[in-house]
Design a binder for this molecule. Structure first.
Ligand code: A3P
Length: 299
């Protein structure tokens, strides 16, 4: 029996209307009381929207393109994942809050929380937040494969079943629709740079420059080009510090589906049936009728 077989998939519990894992419920109080610092930078996303990519871009900007410095630790340990908590097995213990508290400033912190669950201190300290959104269909496809390969996630069921769960928001971190709309609204009141995965794919250099400007960092053309290269899907897929092969060993099974899976726009076309697509679109229209937010489902 390997570790993989003994890990039980997490059940979800309702935290203020949002499904979270049971272990996360244990540290939820600590998350809400978390003390932000004014020079913290937050990377906020719905899961599978391009978090790891954005984390690498931000770190490379902060390290002024020094790849050695960026390889000091894995993505998972370089940037505390604030609300994430795992107790079992002991070898995989992780507390985002503890990791963040122990980290010297300036810190860069990852969150997947919907905007209404953000710890109040982050707003009080007026921290910079980079939000990345990805179109619903690709985000869902990516999330489905992630559920399959990651034993810390709930059982995804069949593709058909997962689509239903995603549409009804009965997945970890809740409704994609509420998440992207909530953060879109919040950007008018707070220091939030709202980015799109599709824009990053279309023109990574342009989007990296936006991030650098937001972080008030001047980059030479040489450094900028170096960042574009080193944060490409192909390079990050081979980089053990970014491809999640060093963390979650025995929990993530990259032979089922690699963490660095495809990294493209419009892979949903290889998953949706015509009927599924029509149903999804109709429901999407309804759920997104109260926002000015527009996504590109293909480039
Ligand atoms: P796919 O499953 O569609 O390939 P997150 O980091 O939020 O968990 O998101 C993971 C998704 O981002 C995966 O999508 C992954 O392949 C993609 N990704 C990771 N690094 C990337 C990069 N450098 N360029 C493009 N996509 C990337």
């Amino acid at each position: 029996l390997s570790l993989k077989d003994t890990i039980t998939r997490s059940e979800l519990v309702d935290m203020e209307g949002v499904p979270l894992t049971k272990p996360m419920g244990i540290t939820w109080d600590q998350v809400q009381k978390f003390k932000a610092r004014p020079d913290d930078v937050y990377i906020a996303t719905y899961a599978k929207a391009g978090t790891t990519w954005t984390q690498e871009i931000v770190d490379m900007i902060q390290q002024n393109g020094d790849t050695e410095k960026c390889r000091r630790e894995t993505t998972y340990k370089r940037h505390p994942f604030l609300e994430w908590f795992v107790a079992e097995p002991p070898s995989e213990r992780y507390s985002g809050v503890e990791l963040a508290n122990a980290m010297p400033s300036p810190r860069t912190i990852k969150i997947h929380l919907p905007v209404q669950l953000v710890p109040p201190s982050i707003w009080e300290q007026n921290c910079k937040i980079i939000y990345v959104a990805r179109n619903a269909k690709d985000n869902m496809v990516s999330y489905y494969h992630f559920h399959r390969m990651n034993k810390a996630m709930p059982e995804p069921g069949t593709w058909e079943e997962f689509v239903e769960k995603f549409m009804s928001g009965q997945v970890l971190w809740g409704s994609w629709y509420d998440h992207v709309k909530g953060w879109w609204k919040a950007k008018d009141k707070h220091r939030i740079l709202y980015l799109f995965y599709e824009d990053m794919k279309e023109n990574p250099k342009r989007e990296i420059q936006k991030i650098a400007k937001f972080l008030e960092k001047d980059l030479s053309q040489e450094v900028l080009n170096k960042i574009v290269h080193n944060t490409s899907f192909e390079v990050m897929k081979e980089n053990p510090m970014t491809n999640y092969t060093k963390d979650f060993q025995g929990i993530m099974d990259h032979s089922i589906s690699p963490f660095m899976r495809k990294g493209v726009v419009a892979d949903w076309k290889n998953h949706f049936t015509v009927a599924q697509n029509e149903k999804f679109d109709e429901d999407y229209k309804r759920k997104m009728s109260d926002t000015s937010l527009v996504f590109r489902m293909e480039l």
